[in-house]
Write a protein that binds this ligand. Structure first.
Ligand SMILES: CC(C)(COP(=O)(O)OP(=O)(O)OC[C@H]1O[C@@H](n2cnc3c(N)ncnc32)[C@H](O)[C@@H]1OP(=O)(O)O)[C@@H](O)C(=O)NCCC(=O)NCCS
Length: 117
């Protein structure tokens, strides 16, 4: 059963500025170690972090009526084929599917929350 959908768009520059200003104080407040390990520190590192930030906000929008979630309750990871997936630390009866895109200036994510039956 579908519980909700969420969408979010993040300006890459906003994330870049937060990383430059706060460094790991920012990234570790938002992301879990396994999420950060999956993002190579290359040319599109800021884009990929921004996309995951957008994905977490999209998940919160999709689920917010069911349970309160913090950023670190939500894990955004990638399958072997590159497709993103979401693991939740709370709400074992919930499943989220999502899609992510990012370009030089913006990242967008869309999430659909489902109740497992
Ligand atoms: C997967 C694909 C659609 C990504 O599109 P893109 O325009 O290059 O990049 P986007 O910014 O829109 O999307 C990137 C995100 O797509 C997601 N993604 C990657 N592989 C995916 C897959 N197999 N299924 C679903 N989502 C996928 C990832 O979340 C990725 O971001 P991340 O690596 O930071 O997690 C594209 O690489 C692809 O494989 N297209 C298939 C068609 C094709 O091969 N065309 C070439 C011949 S013309």
């Amino acid at each position: 059963m579908i519980l909700g959908i969420g969408i979010d768009m993040v300006k890459i520059d906003k994330i870049r500025k937060a990383i430059n200003r706060w460094g790991s104080g920012f990234t570790e407040r938002i992301f879990n170690p396994e999420e950060l390990e999956g993002i190579a520190k290359g040319k599109i590192y800021d884009q990929r972090l921004a996309a995951r930030f957008a994905a977490k906000e999209a998940v919160i929008k999709a689920i917010s009526k069911s349970i309160p979630l913090s950023f670190r309750d939500i894990l955004i990871l990638n399958r072997g084929n590159g497709a993103p997936y979401c693991n939740l630390k709370k709400g074992k009866n919930l499943k989220v599917i999502l899609s992510i895109t990012h370009i030089e200036d913006y990242a967008v994510a869309c999430a659909v929350a489902q109740k497992k039956i």
